[in-house]
Design a protein around this ligand. Structure first.
Ligand code: UD1
Ligand code: UDP
Length: 381
């Protein structure tokens, strides 16, 4: 029977930061396994994250196809970084001429790619659309807002994302070819759950490498500017972490993001060591999943890590005063502890005494990538 496919659909995926590699791996796997000869994917890497352990390691471990080009746009101020990305994305999109640009989440790479694609009249698909913290001080909030309003295909991971978009006049209803004037809003589950389920059983030696035992440590990550760029606040978090660890008789372990590492410097690292906090390098994804799965509790200001804490049914203290992932908060599995008072220890202990019995399926069934790629494919037919 004659194939009725319009043509090979060319998707250009633009990524740049650690969590985007993890999200993109789920989509690339589906494209390669289920759509050969139907969808072609070219990956552009803006270079926002550039250390081996923040970038290349993820491509290797997760089997992500190599980018066609790296932009070397990492570091600098918001404007320096974003403007380098704009130039890089424009040059590359003019060369590649894709049918669709695919972006993830809320980083500067996401927003720069969306802005350029929009001005070149290339439709945009946004995975992880609809999230809002309503905190405009966060660069991510600005990036999300702009990207959502420029996109033609908005893939929303959770119900609350649909509600946020509806308030901004973006609601389900449209269908057909991607068109920014008729944006399609689709609730599809979270590709990070797909990735976590796919890779969580890959075992590794990370616990023995760092002398850790199952359920005997608290896992903590910190990288948000509101924490990481404020040394006084960072040290207050460390003091709270030390107090919590001693009350629970657990070891605090911190895989450090390079941003936080740079702010701390030698002096900060010495202080942490004296406080009994175990600092380890930023981890690859497979090791990180093992660290999360075996932790007693997770404390984090990361969006991705708070979700993974939920996936693995770990109590989680969010070191921020807002979260986009409101369903996690209302499920009772996590608590906010990032206000000015920073009563991390007290809130963590309270959470442990009030853990919920239910674990609702907030993030879908682990097959978000399949439904997203199927929807993209359909929309071009
Ligand atoms: C970025 C995203 C944030 C996301 C995070 C994931 C924006 C505005 N922020 O924050 O939403 O949660 O990635 O990790 O897009 N650095 C290195 N090596 C690297 C990468 C960064 O040394 O490989 C250092 C540099 O000094 C750099 C600083 O970290 O200036 C901050 O990096 P940047 O990518 O600007 O922001 P993140 O804090 O990583
Ligand atoms: N992650 C990792 N190694 C680490 C810390 C985090 O692989 O040392 C993973 C983590 O498992 C999650 C993602 O990175 O999948 C979260 O990214 P990050 O915290 O950098 O950014 P955010 O999600 O806050 O944007």
């Amino acid at each position: 029977m004659r194939e009725i496919y319009r043509q090979l659909i060319h998707i250009c995926t633009i990524v740049g930061a650690r969590p985007q590699f993890i999200k993109a791996s789920a989509i690339s796997r589906v494209i390669n396994e289920k759509y050969p000869g139907k969808i072609r994917e070219s990956i552009l890497h803006t270079g926002q994250h550039y250390d081996f352990s923040m970038s290349e390691l993820f491509f290797k471990e997760l089997g992500i196809p190599q980018p066609v080009k790296h932009g070397e746009c990492g570091g600098g101020t918001q404007a320096e970084q974003t403007s380098a990305m704009l130039l890089f994305c424009e040059k590359m999109l003019l060369e590649l001429k894709p049918d669709l640009v695919l972006v993830y989440g809320d980083t500067n790479s996401t927003m720069a790619a969306a802005l350029v694609a929009s001005k070149l009249h290339i439709p945009i698909a946004h995975i992880e659309a609809g999230l809002r913290s309503y905190d405009r001080q966060m660069p991510e909030e600005v990036n999300r807002l702009l990207t959502d309003h420029l996109s033609s295909l908005l893939y929303v991971p959770v119900q609350s994302g649909l509600d946020c978009l509806e308030k901004e006049g973006l609601r389900p209803g449209h269908a057909g070819k991607p068109n920014p004037l008729k944006p399609q809003v689709v609730l599809c589950g979270d590709v990070m759950l797909d990735s976590a389920l796919h890779f969580a059983s890959v075992s590794g030696g990370v616990l023995s490498e760092y002398g850790l035992q199952e359920n005997k440590y608290l896992l903590c990550t910190i990288h948000r500017p509101s924490n990481a760029d404020e040394p006084k606040r960072l040290f207050k978090i460390f003091d709270e972490l030390k107090a919590l660890a001693s009350k629970l008789d657990k070891k605090p372990v911190l895989p450090l993001h390079p941003r936080t590492l740079k702010v701390l410097g030698e002096e900060g690292l010495d202080y942490m060591q004296k406080q009994g906090l175990q600092v380890i390098p930023a981890q690859g994804y497979l090791s990180m999943l093992q660290l999360e799965k075996n932790a007693f509790m997770i404390l984090t200001d990361s969006g991705g890590v708070q979700k993974e804490a939920f996936f693995f049914q770990k109590p989680c203290v969010i070191l921020r005063d807002t979260s986009e992932w409101t369903e996690i908060l209302s499920s009772g599995w996590a608590v906010l502890a990032g206000d000015a008072e920073l009563r991390v220890c007290e809130k963590a202990l309270h959470l442990l005494q009030h853990m919920p019995e239910e674990h609702p399926a907030i993030f879908g069934d682990g097959r978000a990538a399949e439904s997203i790629v199927a929807h993209i494919f359909q929309s071009f037919q």
